[in-house]
Design a protein around this ligand. Structure first.
Ligand code: GLY
Length: 563
């Protein structure tokens, strides 16, 4: 889907970097998100005088209401912003943090073994949420409108209800056994799983959103809401305190920037592993004519780049407020050359032959949520938010309507032990009070002389490789729609196998990859839910696409004096 507006853009390729200098703006806006009500809320806020940042608040908050399995006020997120008036690019880090009482071995039994599901079910698995603070922070520092206005659509949908839909109900059925009574009361108002089209009404959540809108940070992190959150958590063996909430802090972070065959790629820094991983993989691949290779060689080299980047993720990455991460080295082109030197074009490299890290069935794509926005002034938001696995911890503290995350599972709960995404890690990502758990969320902006693409997706550990495949597709001239429908494959160092969507590879490709020594894991279903907005600098076209695997629909706001 496209809208068209002819404007001129000036774009220059400098010695080693691309400088985006917009002389004209699109004069329209486009939003792609996981739910049409969320995209529409963003457009509503733009019409009321908001900019992309206000629209992002509206989209984010509506997703928290209508996609309760994916993200919410009880979780966190990363908001990658581009502000056109001063070319500022910044990431608002609203990731959850470990509670003050958290300890490194809190999910291990007396023998030092992980207690099954302790980091995934119930409020002991919940980090201190960052999403409400992100919304307030963005409104205060970047928005045009008061927070209370941008939250209005979300309050309306929580109060009046939204129609239940298939994915939401399928996941509810799957997670209902771990939910507390309050969550069951809200999502099963008649005592059983609702039917498609039944209204899901969330009065308590509407009230919490109202208080957040009126009182800002204090409305959620102090006072009555905070008290209810802490009481609820601690009545079910959680370890939150009022101090945990009151001391939560948003961080502004400088994005990771890399270059690949004429593209500038802007992506999140730690505590996301996305930016470093993505740039590292692109750097490795920049040593090949990746677009001119036969399909098997291309897949093989991409997989070998994935393997090496995920090995480094496990080895080095964690919250940079707590540990030293060698970011400069990991995104350095010379470092990538040394990684490339270990790649054999004819044979896979067994992961256990790569240095470091001792070894380690999940479904993905239905948790977490991404949205992309470009407004008529050229402001951009690429945001991914999460409560981790579907319906997070399954726990709603009484009277809040807020479903809490189970993001603590993103820490390395025992060195070398796989988490819910089969990811391993070491000391860099061990639990510490106030520390942010490592994430794979990768909201990204790509700029080249063709235009600009704003993209991201849910999908746990597979997020970074989905963004990589999308970046390569953009580089090959693909449209927003073909990027979201691209077949997907993934490798993450351990387990040492290529995971792939049904029909991603032909029989011949599968045989040839096996001949190169790869193990393959065909997946039963597709994964991811990518939302892309693009802007063609030559024609001025805005284009947007929501992943055909999900329920999202993009929305556009055309200018009144459109030619
Ligand atoms: N909770 C998934 C991630 O942040 O990577």
């Amino acid at each position: 889907m496209k809208i068209k507006k002819f404007t001129l853009f000036y774009f220059s390729l400098l010695a080693s970097s691309i400088s985006l200098s917009l002389e004209h703006y699109p004069e329209e806006a486009a939003i792609a998100s996981a739910h049409s009500l969320a995209s529409e809320a963003g457009i509503e806020i733009l019409k009321r005088g908001g900019n992309a940042f206000d629209a992002a608040i509206a989209v984010s908050a509506v997703l928290s209401v209508v996609e309760p399995y994916g993200s919410g006020l009880g979780g966190g997120g990363f908001f990658l912003l581009h502000r056109s008036k001063d070319n500022l690019q910044v990431m608002i880090d609203g990731r959850e943090v470990a509670p003050i009482s958290a300890t490194r071995d809190m999910y291990l039994d007396e023998d030092g073994n992980p207690i099954p599901r302790a980091s995934r079910d119930g409020p002991l698995s919940s980090g201190i949420p960052g999403l409400p603070a992100s919304l307030e922070y963005i409104a205060n520092h970047y928005g045009n409108l008061p927070l209370s206005v941008s939250l209005e659509p979300a309050i309306r949908h929580a109060e009046n209800g939204f129609p239940a839909y298939s994915t939401m109900l399928k996941l509810l059925e799957r997670k209902i056994n771990i939910m507390n009574e309050e969550a069951k009361r809200i999502f099963m108002p008649n005592g059983s799983i609702p039917s498609e089209g039944d209204l899901i009404i969330q009065k308590d959540l509407a009230n919490t959103l109202k208080i957040l809108g009126e009182e800002g940070f204090s409305g959620f992190y102090r006072g009555e809401v905070a008290k209810r959150l802490v009481e609820g958590v601690n009545s079910a063996s959680g370890i939150w305190s009022l101090d945990d909430l009151a001391s939560y802090q948003i961080k502004e972070r400088e994005p990771i920037i890399g270059y690949f065959q004429g593209m500038q790629v802007i992506a999140p820094p730690p505590p996301s592993s996305g930016g470093i991983g993505l740039i590292n993989m692109l750097n490795i691949l920049s040593g090949y004519q990746i677009n001119n290779l036969d399909s098997v060689s291309r897949i093989h080299l991409i997989v070998e780049a994935m393997r090496r980047a995920y090995r480094d993720r496990a080895q080095y990455l964690g919250d940079t407020d707590f540990v030293n991460v060698p970011i400069d080295k990991l995104i350095d082109k010379h470092y990538a050359s040394s990684q490339r030197a270990s790649i054999n074009i004819n044979k896979s490299t067994p992961s256990n032959l790569l240095p470091g890290i001792s070894p380690i069935d999940y479904s993905t794509g239905d948790q977490t949520s991404h949205f992309s926005i470009i407004d008529n002034d050229g402001n951009i938001v690429s945001a991914t938010q999460s409560i981790n696995f579907s319906y997070g911890s399954g726990f709603i503290p009484k009277g809040t309507g807020v479903i809490l995350n189970n993001e603590m599972d993103d820490f390395s709960i025992k060195l070398g032990t796989p988490n819910g995404y089969e990811l391993i890690g070491n000391e860099a990502n061990e639990i510490a009070p106030g520390k942010r758990m490592l994430s794979s969320m990768t909201p990204t902006i790509i700029i080249d002389d063709r235009g600009l693409a704003v993209l991201g997706t849910p999908g746990g550990s597979r997020i970074i490789t989905m963004v990589l495949l999308s970046a390569l597709a953009w580089n090959q001239g693909e449209s927003a729609e073909s990027i979201t429908s691209l077949p997907r494959f993934h490798h993450q160092f351990f387990p040492d196998l290529i995971q792939y969507e049904p029909d991603a590879f032909s029989d011949d490709e599968i045989k040839a990859l096996k001949d190169k020594g790869h193990s393959l894991r065909p997946l039963n279903s597709s994964y991811g839910n990518m939302h892309v907005v693009t802007w063609d600098f030559e024609t001025g076209d805005l284009d947007a696409s929501s992943d055909p695997r999900g329920h999202g629909e993009p929305r556009f706001l055309e200018s009144v004096n459109l030619e």
